[in-house]
Design a protein around this ligand. Structure first.
Ligand SMILES: [Zn+2]
Length: 257
């Protein structure tokens, strides 16, 4: 599967149910930090095993990997993906086949049989629950978070779809776009300094910044290993200011509030 443009285009800021009554300034994370950082890596790419997992180990940070059952790396390096969980990271749901809306600009790469516009709600939900079963077979866990492929939800039946996502998952990236509790970035080709600026310059009310990576030092939508390491070092050096954890841990804590 080649996916030259699995694009999570967003620099979107969003709101999480339940926080509207609470000023973000008052929301503190487990270590007393004002900002949580969720590092995540989509599509189960080889360079994530090669460059990301060792870097996370080095800086003692936890992250989330939104893997795809049909990714070649899953078949080729399954035991390495299983070991990712043993190191304390999260394997998240990114669907089975990564359906995206082919009708959007720049989506020529989406195969017709993975065109989200042609999916029914039932078909998508079945795909998500099947992916959960696949993930459970790898790590034995029953709770998941979800990153929508291409960062988009279903257009038709959106309300019902979102309601189902709440039932199936602990949380999903992009939830509650209308509020600025969180920010989501999907950087590519940026420097370490630019990555650090993303974290430093989040809107004042924002309590959670999600940084979604794809390839590191290769694959696609790539960021260099050097830039990625600079961000991780910055976060590790400033752990009193930034709470870094898996997305599921972050959202369980937030949901409990
Ligand atoms: Zn993706």
């Amino acid at each position: 599967m080649t996916r030259g443009n699995c694009f999570f285009v967003l620099v979107f800021i969003f709101f999480w149910n339940g926080y509207s009554q609470e000023k973000a300034e008052e929301f503190l994370w487990p270590g007393g930090q004002k900002l949580a950082v969720s590092l995540s890596y989509d599509d189960a790419l080889d360079t994530q095993l090669d460059f990301v997992v060792p870097s996370l180990e080095k800086f003692k940070l936890k992250a989330s990997f939104y893997i795809l059952p049909n990714a070649p790396s899953l078949n080729d390096r399954l035991e390495e993906w299983r070991a990712v969980v043993e190191k304390g990271h999260e394997l998240g749901n990114h669907s089975m086949y990564h359906p995206c809306r082919k009708s959007l600009p720049g989506r020529d790469w989406v195969p017709a049989h993975h065109d989200l516009d042609r999916y029914s709600l039932e078909q998508m939900l079945e795909e998500l629950t099947t992916a959960n079963t696949f993930l459970k077979a790898i790590d034995g866990k029953s709770e998941r978070t979800f990153t929508p492929p291409c960062g988009v939800l279903m257009i038709e039946n959106e309300k019902e779809y979102i309601q189902k996502l709440h039932e199936i998952f602990v949380a999903y990236k992009g939830q509650g776009l209308e509020n600025d509790f969180s920010a989501v970035y999907a950087p590519q080709g940026v420097s370490g300094e630019q990555l650090i600026e993303l974290v430093k310059n989040v809107p004042k009310k924002t309590s959670l910044v999600n940084i979604i990576f794809h390839g590191i030092e290769g694959d696609y939508l790539s960021v260099s290993a050097e830039a990625h390491n600079e961000l991780l070092k910055f976060l590790a050096d400033n752990s009193k200011d930034y709470y870094v954890d898996t997305f599921i841990n972050i959202m369980k804590y937030a949901n409990a509030r």
